[in-house]
Design a protein around this ligand. Structure first.
Ligand code: F6P
Length: 319
C-alpha cells in the first residue's frame, strides 16, 4: 500500500517528529510513503520524494518541516482539488495524510468529499484552535517560547519601571496568550474570545501603580480586536508614561519541539497509520485527556472550542 504525506499551512514545532512517526510506522507495517514538498502546492506540482527510514533520521528534535510547507489557494478550488487527486492516482496512492491546521484539514476533507480518496488529518499548528483535540502539535513549544520571552522582557521591564505589551500569535484563538500569560504572571491578558474594556484595563494598571507596582506586562493575542500600536498609544496616554510593545511573531513558530509536542506527534502519527491499516476512510486524530482519539474529519471540523471558562476564572483571580 502506498501513502501520501504532506505538511501544510504555517509550520509548527513537532511537524518533523510527526513526519518521522508516520513514515516509520508505515515502513514498519510494509507500506510505502511518498512525501510531497510544500504542502498541497507540491502535490499539484508533483514535487515529491520517496520516504525512507533514513529520510527521517535525526529530525525528531528539529523545528520546521523537512517537507516544507505552504498555504495553497490553488488546491482550495474545485479544479485544484481534482488536479491533486489525479497526481495521487498517478502514484497509486491509496491514502493521504495531512499534517496541518484548520484550513489544511478542511482541504483534506474537501478532497475526500469530492473524490472519496481516504484522507487523514494530524493537528499541526501552534494555534491550538482545533476543537476536536485538547492540544495541537506545536502549541506547547510555542507557549514555552513565549514564556521564555516574557521572562526576558519582565527583567528589563521591571528594571525600567515600564508597562510592556507583548503580542503573541494564535490567529483567532487566545490559547497561546492565556497559557503564556498565566504561566508568565502577566497583569492582563487580552484574547479574541472575550471582549474587554480599555478603561477597566487602565484602572487596573493604575491601581497597581498606586500600590507600588513598578512595572506591568500585558499579553495580547494577535486577534484580540485592537492593534498593538493603538493599545500602546492609548495606555501610554492614559497612564502618562511610555508603554513599550514587543511583537513576538515567528519566533514562536520555530525552535526545537518540547517533549510534550514530540510525544503527541509520535502517538498521533502512529495511530494515523493504524487507522489506515484498519481501512478507515477518513479521520482527524488528536488527544483528549491522555487518550489518543479520532473522529471523522467532518465531525472533528464541525466541533466548537470551549470558551476557556476555567482559565478565565483563574486569570481573573490571580492576575
Ligand atoms: O497558524 C499559525 C500562524 O502562525 C498564526 O498564529 C498566524 O496568525 C499565522 O500563522 C501567520 O501566518 P503566515 O505564516 O502566513 O504569516
Amino acid at each position: 500500500m502506498r501513502v501520501g504525506l504532506l505538511t501544510s499551512g504555517g509550520d509548527a514545532p513537532g511537524m518533523n517528529a510527526c513526519i518521522r512517526a508516520v513514515t516509520r510506522a508505515c515502513l514498519y507495517y510494509g507500506m510505502e510513503v511518498i512525501g510531497f514538498h510544500q504542502g498541497y502546492e507540491g502535490l499539484l506540482d508533483d514535487d515529491y520524494e520517496i520516504m525512507k527510514v533514513s529520510s527521517v533520521a535525526d529530525i525528531i528534535h528539529r523545528g520546521g518541516t523537512i517537507l516544507q510547507t505552504a498555504r495553497s489557494a490553488r488546491f482550495q478550488t474545485t479544479d485544484g482539488t481534482l488536479d491533486g487527486y489525479e497526481v495521487l492516482k498517478k502514484h497509486g496512492i491509496e491514502a493521504l495524510v495531512v499534517i496541518g491546521g484548520d484550513g489544511s484539514l478542511r482541504g483534506a476533507l474537501q478532497l475526500y468529499e469530492m473524490t472519496r480518496m481516504p484522507v487523514f488529518g494530524l493537528p499541526g499548528t501552534i494555534d491550538n484552535d482545533l476543537a476536536y483535540t485538547d492540544f495541537t502539535i506545536g502549541f506547547d513549544t510555542a507557549v514555552n517560547t513565549a514564556l521564555q520571552a516574557i521572562g526576558n522582557i519582565r527583567d528589563t521591564s521591571s528594571s525600567h519601571g515600564r508597562t510592556t505589551i507583548i503580542e503573541v500569535m494564535g490567529r483567532n484563538c487566545g490559547d497561546i496568550a492565556l497559557n503564556a500569560g498565566l504561566a508568565g504572571g502577566a497583569e492582563t491578558i487580552l484574547i479574541p474570545e472575550k471582549s474587554f474594556n480599555l478603561d477597566d484595563i487602565v484602572k487596573k494598571l493604575q491601581a497597581g501603580l498606586a500600590r507600588g507596582k513598578k512595572h506591568s506586562i500585558i499579553i495580547k493575542a494577535e486577534g484580540a480586536g485592537i492593534s498593538t500600536d493603538e493599545l500602546a498609544a492609548v495606555l501610554g496616554e492614559k497612564l502618562g508614561s511610555e508603554t513599550k510593545q514587543v511583537i513576538l511573531g515567528y519566533i514562536q513558530r520555530g525552535g526545537s519541539p518540547t517533549a510534550r509536542d514530540r510525544i503527541l506527534a509520535s502517538r498521533t502519527g502512529v495511530r494515523c497509520v493504524e487507522l489506515i491499516r484498519e481501512g478507515a476512510s477518513n479521520a482527524a486524530i488528536g488527544i483528549k485527556g491522555d487518550t489518543i482519539v479520532d473522529y471523522p474529519l467532518a465531525v472533528a471540523l464541525a466541533m466548537e472550542k470551549d470558551s476557556h471558562l476555567e482559565f478565565q476564572r483563574i486569570c481573573d483571580i490571580l492576575l
